[in-house]
Design a protein around this ligand. Sequence first.
Ligand code: ADP
Length: 259
Amino acid sequence: MLAEMPFYRPVGNECILFEITYRQRLPLLIKGPTGCGKTRFISHMAARLGRSLHTVSCHDDLTAADLTGRYLLKGGETVWMDGPLTRAVREGGICYLDEVVEARKDVTVVLHPLTDDRRILPLERTGEILQAPDEFMLVVSYNPGYQNILKSLKPSTRQRFVSISFDFPPAETEIEIIAAESGLPVKQCIPLVNLAKRLRELKEIDLEEVVSTRLLVYCAILMKSGLDPFQAAETALVEPLCDDVEVKQGLLELVRATY
Ligand code: ADP
């Protein structure tokens, strides 16, 4: 199993926190910007704990039935198909709902009885009430950065989760991560992370999101495959973040100062 464990470089004591939360059968909320390592962390922890992982990227059409399951027609017969949440509960796996605030309201209703000491999943359509085994864990994440007030988690839902805040790793750690993920030598990752720091600090430019660790890894992969560093940074760090020509020029000036 070790060979399949996704690489994750801890930033603080998040691995220990996750493990305690899992052992105590508590649900976990992870907050943090896009591309800072939340998904990688959860897949690493699932492998480490030997649990199956059922990931759902939430969106505004996602309903409770998408999580719990539905009856489908198969060869003239109606058969019940478990959704990912139900599968995780039955198997004693980890269910990870990414960007949970995007999901429709009825989803939270399904989650509530799983997040208190009852740990049950009632399946209205089949009449079953599933008792979650000790090995089942519910993990949800959201990005507080770009949520508007209407789309943040209701306090009554938030209060049901133990929460950890994630952010982009400190420079030293981010350099290590980028080098490990891309194979680019550390001495070339250092200026890249310095550039990211400057791009992230830009206050006068109104960007919805800043350069993520994920984009830095992409940039390093492009550099490693021989692309000119300026072009790599333009393609991986500037273009994905904005469409406005003037804003792009501003960002490119910073890139040019490095490469
Ligand atoms: P999120 O789920 O927060 O949007 P991801 O977990 O998908 O972000 O992270 C994006 C990428 O960044 C990963 O695929 C991985 O390459 C890299 N990454 C970020 N943080 C770490 C870390 N601590 N250890 C290893 N890789 C990381």
